[in-house]
Design a protein around this ligand. Sequence first.
Ligand code: FES
Length: 91
Amino acid sequence: MFRINRCVCMGRTFEELKELAAANGWDFNELRKKTGCGGGCGLCVPYVRIMLRNGQTEFYELIREEVRTPLRGDGHRAGRTQVRTNEACAG
Ligand code: FES
């Protein structure tokens, strides 16, 4: 079993990020801007979002995040939806 507990790109644990967000009142965008977490490969993004919602800092399953292309004027997507996997985040 693997454990996912950090942003690998920035070398910060979700526990550390949780404390920073709580101490400074940061939402996801502010946390990403101040720490860089989520702004590298982006694979930690779904975990950080969950962490900010419910405080969970360790994960034992891969969470996929759909990356959707913007809607065109006719309401259809301009490209294919991509699915990111988070294997690089396993710590
Ligand atoms: S940006 Fe967080 S793991 Fe890459």
